[in-house]
Design a protein. Structure first.
Length: 257
């Protein structure tokens, strides 16, 4: 069975979540159920037959942190997420599919990872964007809030995974920069995505297929939405209030070995 490389993004400064635990470099190192969030993700990745090498991108201050013991390599994070992603993908084979995961997924399971990897390999796109349908999420975790996008096919949120071929990083980096500059400017957003796409989205007539086509045009590379049937791929810890909720969710799942 082919095994792919996984990158776990555990970078960034200490935020309000990290301040809950003295000494935590950032929220990835906050313990939930007695185990650091990043270690929870690493344990699930290490249990997967489809995952080979694991690279964690984290602050230099985390060097030697026991929460990172299951990673094969630690690389320095950057001031911005695109820099951390670039560091993680550095020197990897350009045409290989790489799994990129956030580090704040407290109830992640090996089954959800294996499913996403299988979908990414089947799609064979330069970018596979992980997402989840609302009804799937609410059937499993109705108490976990999300920001939802209403499309013609259904209502979705983003998940904690993407699949990337390293060769597309230059285009992806330029797009992230453009999106950051345009996010509060409707005219700039329209020039980036097109008025037709924005209008269809506003009217809830934008389909996943149309969104994929437009994203592929913008990046000049194939982009696919990878819709997961596993709600745990979109349960993350963004806010202080999420920590207590994660503690509850972890307490209702089997203990980590």
């Amino acid at each position: 069975m082919a095994r792919i490389t996984a990158i776990v993004l555990a970078g960034g400064p200490a935020d309000d979540v990290a301040r809950l635990q003295p000494g935590a470099a950032n929220k990835a190192f906050v313990r939930v159920g007695g185990v650091a969030l990043v270690e929870r993700v690493l344990r699930q990745l290490r249990a997967c037959d489809s995952i080979g090498r694991i690279i964690v991108v984290a602050p230099a201050s985390a060097q030697g942190n026991p929460a990172l013991a299951l990673a094969d390599e630690r690389r320095d994070d950057g001031a911005k997420i695109r820099e951390s992603l670039r560091n993680g993908l550095r020197d990897l084979p350009p045409d290989d599919i790489v799994l990129v995961s956030t580090s704040d997924l407290p109830v992640l399971t090996p089954a959800s990872i294996e499913d996403f990897v299988a979908r990414a390999l089947e799609a064979d796109a330069d970018i596979g964007y992980g997402c989840l349908e609302r009804r799937v999420h609410e059937a499993a975790y109705p108490e976990v809030p999300h920001t939802w996008a209403r499309l013609r096919d259904g209502t979705y949120c983003g998940g904690g995974f993407i699949a990337v071929k390293p060769r597309v990083m230059p285009q992806l980096e330029r797009f992230i920069e453009s999106l950051g500059a345009a996010r509060k400017n409707p005219l700039a957003l329209a020039s980036l995505f097109g008025w037709d796409v924005l209008l269809r989205f506003a009217l809830r007539r934008l389909s996943i297929a149309a969104a994929e086509r437009r994203a592929s045009q913008i990046l000049g590379a194939p982009v696919r939405a990878l819709v997961s049937p596993f709600a745990e791929t979109a349960v993350n810890v963004d806010r202080v209030s999420d920590v207590a909720l994660a503690e509850t969710l972890v307490g209702s799942t089997p203990a980590l070995e």
